[in-house]
Design a protein around this ligand. Structure first.
Ligand SMILES: Cc1cc2nc3c(=O)[nH]c(=O)nc-3n(C[C@H](O)[C@H](O)[C@H](O)COP(=O)(O)OP(=O)(O)OC[C@H]3O[C@@H](n4cnc5c(N)ncnc54)[C@H](O)[C@@H]3O)c2cc1C
Ligand code: SF4
Length: 550
């Protein structure tokens, strides 16, 4: 076991310097510490305590709870802001025709954003990585599905993914190993929904999810109490913090409230050091052999741009001018209605079943794929809001809340983005964070591909509504964000039009890796964290080879 060294000033030296302790950074730190390398993880946010966050959630005002305020209950560092919505801060400014659909809800804390994710763990389809050659849109990846597949398996093992082992229920079914745990059993709502829609050409499948169906790696099995977002009280849902603590047990050092802001490079454009501000605003420096920036799809490009230096005046890793471009998310919307029969969603985890029929097809040369999740977060909150609006009191109020909770359906639709260099993160000329570092500005337009995909999806939803005899059928008119931030440090074969190679290694800097969502050249239509982690593990394998060579 090897640990980083610190001098009397607090400057550090390690074999591997990882910036960001979210699931991607933590997984890489764990992997490389396990191979005997000294690893230092620098994390902008504070360390948090699960019990305290659960308590904060219990004490949250009703308005925040029904509005899905998943950010406000997490302690924040005053020096490293995250986007907030209750009330809204202006840390990340989104503009452009679809600016409103890119309002992300990430966290800056030790363990990162998966503290409050839904833990859906999908793989890309093989064809998702060949969009240009198959459908003539978007970009092809420089690596194939088959090259990534072993890392998908590894990611599923490490996170503990429960999924269907019947190939007919898998999406995709191209896999070399079974899921580590069998699928989460469906509640009545998922079963009934599938019974109604499947005979009409839809394909409802279990969502693979990082949630335990049996005790796994020291964590208990899911007891189905439906609290997954914003926090699983019992740790049955996987969070990045689990690999933070695992890495620490192998000798890695994780420094909280360490905001990296500067990157040094030498005459060969190798990275020699990163600098951070500690909680007292003192500057510190970490030198190492290899460097990993895993700050998420917004904060990594922001840091690369902030850290521009004399040799890299457009920003670190940015000779292609692609850093911050091609920003993507699965913009989506919701469809709600009251069914003519009780569906009783809200038992079991937050999401368990999904329609994947529209995930692929020849139509993708014209418009985006979609996926339709049966949202399983209890309808009690919205039902209560609606019942109160009707002016009811006493037993009538109780009965109406119960009726709306039982009969209510909420479908969450995601659409497939294409990489567009004009969807771009830049540094604000006017807004600065408390350390004086420029805040991110993001211009976003989903484009015609997604707008047409949304139209096609609306027609499917109207049909689904008719199958349930829907009343109060409502489709949200505006697109919302889905927090799957991709594209800003895009992967490609050529250094001329991409930032990293197939191992997430920066084309411009031989000892710098930029793993995670930013590297993804196509978004598919499914949640992207499993792909981010698989890319992280592939990066870790290439770092290991590099360290062995050195
Ligand atoms: C409400 C919600 C639900 C979600 N549900 C799902 C889901 O079901 N399935 C799915 O696949 N995905 C889901 N996601 C997305 C998922 O959470 C992210 O894809 C994932 O957390 C990304 O991991 P990461 O390690 O790249 O980044 P993060 O988890 O965001 O971690 C990055 C870390 O880097 C740190 N950092 C940033 N800048 C600096 C700096 N300058 N110096 C030092 N440290 C820095 C941050 O503080 C942060 O802790 C969801 C997201 C949200 C918000
Ligand atoms: S349903 Fe409950 S136990 Fe299961 S993952 Fe969600 S919060 Fe945790």
């Amino acid at each position: 076991m090897k640990s980083p060294a610190f001098d009397s000033r607090g400057d550090a030296t390690a074999d591997v310097i990882v910036v960001g302790s979210g699931v991607v950074g933590a997984m890489i730190a764990d992997q490389l510490a396990g191979k005997g390398h000294s690893v230092l993880v620098l994390e902008a946010g504070p360390r948090i305590d699960r019990g305290q966050v659960v308590e904060n959630w219990r004490n949250m005002p009703f308005f925040n709870r029904v509005g899905s305020d998943f950010q406000g209950l997490f302690p924040q560092s005053p020096l490293a802001p995250a986007p907030l919505y209750f009330p809204k801060n202006d840390y990340v400014l989104t503009t452009g025709p679809s600016g409103g659909s890119f309002q992300q809800g990430y966290l800056r804390v030790v363990g990162g954003t998966t503290w409050h994710w839904a833990a859906s763990c999908w793989r890309h389809l093989p064809v998702d990585m060949r969009m240009k050659s198959t459908y003539g849109v978007g970009r092809d990846w420089p690596i194939s599905y088959d090259e990534l597949e072993p890392f998908y398996c590894d990611a599923e093992d490490r996170m503990g993914v429960a999924g269907p082992n019947d190939p007919a229920l898998q999406s995709p079914s191209e896999r070399s190993r079974p899921y580590p745990m069998d699928m989460i059993p469906w509640g009545y709502g998922d079963r009934r929904f599938a019974e109604v829609v499947n005979p009409h050409g839809y394909r409802s499948v279990p969502i693979p999810q990082a949630r335990n169906t049996r005790p796994w790696n020291g964590r208990p099995e899911c007891c189905g109490n439906n609290n997954c977002q914003p926090i699983c009280p019992i740790s049955a849902m996987y969070n990045g913090i689990h690999h933070v603590t695992s890495a620490e047990a192998k000798g890695a050092k994780v420094l909280a409230e360490a905001v990296v802001y500067k990157i040094d490079t030498d005459e060969n454009n190798r990275v020699t050091a990163v600098h951070w501000y500690d909680a007292g605003r003192r500057t510190r420096k970490a030198t190492g052999k290899v460097f990993v920036l895993a700050c998420n799809g917004i904060e990594t490009p922001r840091l690369l741009l902030i850290a521009a230096n004399a040799r890299n005046p457009r920003g670190i890793a940015n000779s292609s001018d692609q850093v911050g471009r091609n920003m993507m998310d699965h913009s989506g919307f919701h469809c709600t209605f009251l069914a003519k029969e009780p569906i009783w969603t809200g038992r079991g985890p937050a999401q368990s079943s999904c329609l994947v029929g529209p995930r692929d097809g020849a139509f993708r040369s014209e418009y985006s794929a979609n996926k339709i999740i049966l949202n399983n977060i209890t309808r009690v909150g919205p039902a209560t809001t609606q019942a109160l609006k009707l002016g009811l009191v006493g037993k009538e109020l109780d009965d109406e809340i119960r009726r709306r909770t039982a009969f209510g359906v909420d479908l969450s639709i995601s659409l497939e983005p294409l990489p567009d260099p004009n969807n771009r993160l830049t540094l604000s000329a006017t807004r600065r964070d408390p350390l004086g570092l420029p805040c991110p500005d993001i211009h976003y337009d989903v484009g015609e591909y997604v707008r047409k995909g949304a139209e096609a999806s609306r027609r499917q939803l109207e049909h689904i509504g008719s199958l349930f005899g829907a009343v109060e059928f409502h489709i949200t008119p505006d697109l919302n964000a889905n927090n799957h931030i991709m594209g800003g440090t895009i992967m490609g074969a050529s250094p001329k039009d991409s930032v990293v190679d197939g191992d997430c290694r920066a084309h411009d800097h031989a000892n710098l890796w930029l793993p995670g969502g930013g590297a993804m050249p196509s978004g598919s239509v499914v949640n992207s964290t499993l792909t981010m982690v698989a890319l992280g593990l592939k990066a870790a394998a290439s770092i290991e080879r590099e360290l062995q060579r050195a």
